[in-house]
Design a protein around this ligand. Sequence first.
Ligand code: SF4
Length: 277
Amino acid sequence: EILFQETYHQPTYEQVHRAGPKRNFDYHLTAFDRAHEAGIGDVGGGVLFGLADPRFEVLALMIHNEHLDECFHSGFHTISVPRLCAASGMSLADFPHLVDDATFERVVAIIRLAVPFTGMILSTRESHEMRGKLLKLGISQISAGSSTEVGGYAKRARNEAANPQFYVNDKRDALDILSELMDDGYIPSFCTACYRSGRTGDRFMSLAKSGQIKNVCLPNALMTLTEYATDYGGEAFRAKAFAAIGQNLPGIANERMRAKAAENIEQIKRGAHDFYV
Ligand code: SF4
C-alpha cells in the first residue's frame, strides 16, 4: 500500500486539504497502523516536498518510519520523494517552502543514509538531468512514460490530446530511459518476486536489513530485463540489454543460482515467461 502523507506539518496539511475524507490529519497519519493491523505488511510513504519546511518533513518521515518499525517490525517499504511543481489551476508563488535542486539532493542523500534498506521512488516530474544525479545519491525506483492525467493512459492509446494535472519534465519513453540506465551501468529490474512469493513485512525487512536480499535481486533483475527486452525491445535495445545481462551474470555469487539464472535467461529468450526466485 502506498499512501502519501503529503505533509506532516498539520497547519499546512489542513490548509491544502480543505474538504473531503482526506481532510482529517490524524486519520490520514494513522492509515499505515490500520493497514498493518489488517495484515498489509508492505507500506510506502512519502511527502510532497515544497509544502512545508523540508527539514521538518524529513525528520517527521523518519519518526514515522521508526514508529512503524517499533510497532510492526517493518518500517516503510518504500519512500517516495515527489517535489512540488507547476500544475493546472495553481501558482508556485503561493508556496514559500519550494525546494531548490541542491536542497533536494541533500534530502535524497539524507534519507538514503538514514534508511539504506528502503526503496526510494522518484517521479517523472524531475528533469532528465536531476534524475541522473538523484539515482547516484540513492534513488532506487523511477517511473517512465508516465501520464499525470486521470484516464491518461487510455487517452494516449486512442491518440487523444493530453490534459495533465501537473507537468512532467522527463518526457522520454520507457525504452529511452532504460537504455540510458544501462549506458550508465545500471541494470533496470522489473522484479516483483518478493510480493509474489510472500517475502513481505518483517520477513522482507530482515532480509533487506541484513543485505541478504541482494542474492535474489540480481538474478531477478537479469531475468526480468531479458523478458522485457525480448517482448518489447527493438534489435538495438535487445543487443544492449543482452550484453549488459551477460556482463552482470558472473556477479551472482551463488554458483547454483548463477547456473539456474543463465538457463532461465536462455529459455526466456526463446519465449518463456515469468521466472523468479
Ligand atoms: S527480489 Fe525483486 S521484489 Fe524483492 S527486493 Fe529484490 S528487486 Fe525488489
